[in-house]
Design a protein around this ligand. Structure first.
Ligand SMILES: [Zn+2]
Length: 296
């Protein structure tokens, strides 16, 4: 019995090795670590966890929430909104950075609680509406499929109560990865906000076609290239993103704790440097994958 069990588990190991689970893997502990919510600018607030960014943009006609995060994140987001003195029921529009479960899996619950309109970039709509199954990288990361009320296209605007956000398609990381921009004020001055969707090439992403192993999706490398052109051209004062580590949130929060003001979020140089660094990382990875191609 013992040896046949071994054979069975050996066979299972072979199957596992040839068809690895298409899942992101273990979540990072800081994704569920609470962080006190805080104001970034006059109508812009951080309501996410330590590792997963959610933003609340308040307007006289109701609020916009960016990123519902994990299936179990809505209570944390709700608590953060209430701690700031706002109300979950005022959320009228729900947006996401991109259709991976760490940014969009809580959407069904947020919409159930708020009846917010869900607006998603075209390339990410199939993933959102299939509960993750249509994603090219992590189709095994299931979450509640969620109906999209409005399909966005590159450059589309989302307006509520006098605030207008622009959806920039910065695809590659997902097919509809979205960088959000809008203008707000801080200390009486108008500031350009950029919330980066993602610029990362994750482990296992295939940027080039190889025999028997096509690219993760047709045109993925061109999408990344176009995305970096877009990101480099965006005027940025307040630099934010889908994860705190994109914009060095913990270091900036430490400066606030040491007495600095909200001006720590104004970081045009940090934005430019990080876009250039991430573009370089993409090009390095592309070159590495191209070099692994067999000679023609
Ligand atoms: Zn992602």
């Amino acid at each position: 019995m013992r040896s046949s069990l071994r054979i069975v588990s050996f066979a299972a190991a072979i199957v596992a090795a040839s068809a690895p689970a298409q899942s992101y893997g273990a979540p990072s502990p800081d994704w569920t670590e609470t962080v006190a919510p805080f104001r970034i600018a006059d109508n812009l607030y951080y309501v996410g966890s330590r590792g997963l960014a959610s933003y609340l943009i308040t307007t006289p006609a109701g609020d916009i929430l960016i990123n519902s995060s994990l299936t179990n994140s809505p209570p944390l987001i709700r608590h953060s909104i209430e701690q700031l003195g706002f109300h979950m029921s005022d959320v009228k529009v729900l947006l996401i950075s991109h259709a991976h479960f760490d940014h969009d899996a809580g959407s069904a619950e947020i919409i159930k609680q708020t009846h917010a309109k869900y607006m998603v970039m075209d390339g990410d709509v199939p993933t959102v509406q299939s509960g993750g199954a249509a994603d090219f990288a992590y189709p095994d990361d299931h979450y509640p499929p969620t109906h999209v009320d409005r399909t966005l296209h590159d450059g589309d605007k989302v307006t509520l109560g006098g605030t207008t956000l622009t959806a920039h398609k910065t695809a590659g990381h997902t097919r509809g990865c979205t960088t959000w921009t809008f203008q707000t004020t801080l200390n009486g001055k108008s500031e350009n906000v950029v919330i980066v969707g993602s610029w990362n090439v994750n482990p296992g992403f295939r940027l080039v076609d190889r025999p028997g192993k096509p690219a993760s999706y047709p045109g993925i490398a061109d999408d990344y290239r176009r995305g970096f052109v877009t990101l480099a051209a965006l005027p940025c004062d307040i630099f934010l993103g889908a994860h705190g580590d994109y914009f060095h949130m913990n270091a900036k929060l430490a400066r606030i704790k040491a007495g600095a003001g909200e001006e720590v979020w104004i970081d045009p140089d940090g934005y430019k440097t990080t876009v250039a660094e991430r573009q370089h990382a993409f090009e390095r990875e592309l070159a590495r994958q191209q070099a692994a191609l067999p000679p023609p």
